[in-house]
Ligand binder design. Structure first.
Ligand code: ZN
Length: 456
């Protein structure tokens, strides 16, 4: 009875909020319904014949989840997916609720849920997942979460409650996850990158989990970025696990993406730029193969469009805007690398940094991101957002001439200045934080250059 009432109320609230034009991403129905039936998520999850799949990680979880959603759909499965990015317990509940009928019945095969790092333990507890993907764990939004080890410990505690039939897929190149997997009783499947050509060994300042639990520094034979690589501990012998699924070859092709070979036999074209998207595809392949639908991976991923806001091209009347979300030092450094690889000549760049709750209120991460790498490749830099002043100082320290940095408090003015300084037919590249991207998106929608995101 409580579930029934919760479903009516929650679905009603969802319809009302859509009718009021608040978009599909609101969590209000989930919050309301959970007040009445706290076990709602459990109730809905238990009805799915192919179970619940969870994906967590600091970087790449949205793209990985979208890849996997396309693969599952291609295989003919009916998928519940929190595509709008609502990845807290209330948001996940709202998405499940929106897919139930008025009698509270689910007619889908599987739920695929991207999970916030801090919310994952609760979502694990309530959904009793069939598969959990732990993609990576970076220092991110310290003000919200605290240390990486604390998160890993919470994940471990939640995973320990699950039955032996649960499968945990981890990226073995991340030592914090490999360490966590050693303590699990359930089946662990490891994926990792064996193609050493995508390695860089010069990013020591990004290391945030470079120490073994025994206290000794890890030794890396290969480092892809930050603490991700091939490692071993000279003191206690802890070492990177041999992957069950490995990228054995990767060919990257700038913004066009890459093509990868997995376990020397499976080939996949990944139409999203950056070697990290190749790893996202590997994670999707791993889950698909565990589920017995690996043949759906290559055709599904080859047709992919980038996740909303992560990397997006918007046409304006005279320019192309290429936008890529930045939110933490590792992701930002990878995005900068991707931009620089794609630019054929010095480019104009708009950087919009906000420090609202959804961005993380601590912007000290700007100092850990590799903005220095941009300097030889940028022409004019436009900065805006609530922390535009910090960003201006950051670019000055990185070495951009002061005369090439343009500060605009108003985002509209910054955008217009950037476009005005960019020759027609050329690209203005944009690096926004999350809420900055939403603000920017609003301007683009108002001008008719882009549609509201809930229409995607
Ligand atoms: Zn050790």
């Amino acid at each position: 009875m409580r579930e029934q009432l919760a479903i009516w109320l929650g679905r009603g609230a969802g319809m009302l909020s859509r009718w009021l034009g608040r978009g599909g991403g609101t969590t209000l129905p989930g919050v309301m319904a959970r007040r009445i039936a706290p076990n709602l998520l459990q109730y809905l999850s238990a009805q799915l014949p192919r179970g619940v799949l969870l994906v967590a990680g600091t970087n790449g979880k949205t793209t990985t989840t979208r890849m996997l959603a396309d693969v599952l759909t291609h295989a003919g499965w009916r998928v519940v997916h929190n595509r709008s990015g609502a990845n807290l317990v209330s948001g996940v509940s709202a998405v499940m609720l929106a897919h139930a009928d008025w009698r509270g019945r689910m007619h889908h095969d599987v739920a695929l849920l991207e999970c916030d790092e801090a919310a994952l333990p609760y979502i694990i507890h309530e959904t009793q997942p069939r598969i959990v993907v732990l993609h990576n764990l970076f220092r991110d939004q310290l003000d919200r979460y605290g240390e990486v080890d604390t998160i890993a410990q919470h994940w471990l505690t939640a995973l320990a409650e699950l039955p032996d039939s649960t499968i945990v897929c981890i990226q073995g190149d991340d030592p914090s996850l490999a360490r966590l997997a050693q303590s699990l009783m359930c089946r662990v499947v490891v994926y990792g990158n064996d193609d050493l050509s995508s390695a860089r060994n010069s990013v020591a300042h990004l290391a945030d989990a470079g120490f073994c639990r025994c206290g000794h520094a890890l030794t890396y034979t290969t480092r892809f970025f930050a603490h991700i690589g091939h490692y071993t501990c000279p003191q206690c012998g802890f070492t990177r696990p041999t992957p069950d699924y490995a990228i054995t070859q990767i060919h990257t092709d700038g913004l066009a993406g890459s093509s990868i070979t997995i376990n020397q036999t499976a080939h996949c074209v990944v139409p999203l730029p950056g070697s990290y998207n190749a790893i996202n595809a590997l994670a999707a392949y791993t889950v698909a193969d565990v589920l017995g639908i690996a043949t759906a991976v290559a055709p599904a991923i080859a047709q992919m469009q980038p996740a909303f806001g992560r990397y997006e091209v918007v046409q304006t009347p005279h320019h192309a805007l290429v936008m890529a979300l930045i939110k933490n030092p590792v992701g930002a450094s990878e995005t900068i690398r991707m931009f620089v690889e794609a630019w054929e000549q010095p480019a104009n760049l708009l950087i919009v940094i906000n420090d609202r709750d959804a961005d993380g209120t601590d912007v000290s991460w700007l100092w850990d991101a590799d903005f220095e790498h941009l300097v030889p490749h940028v022409h004019q830099v436009f900065v805006s957002g609530t922390r535009a002043a910090d960003m201006r100082v950051r670019m000055q320290y990185a070495g951009t001439p002061t005369t090439h940095i343009h500060y605009h408090e108003s985002l509209v003015q910054a955008l217009d200045a950037g476009l005005a300084q960019t020759p027609a037919g050329h690209t203005l590249s944009v690096l926004p934080t999350y809420t900055a991207m939403l603000d920017l998106r609003e301007i683009l929608v108002e001008r008719g250059w882009s549609k509201p995101f809930w229409q995607d």
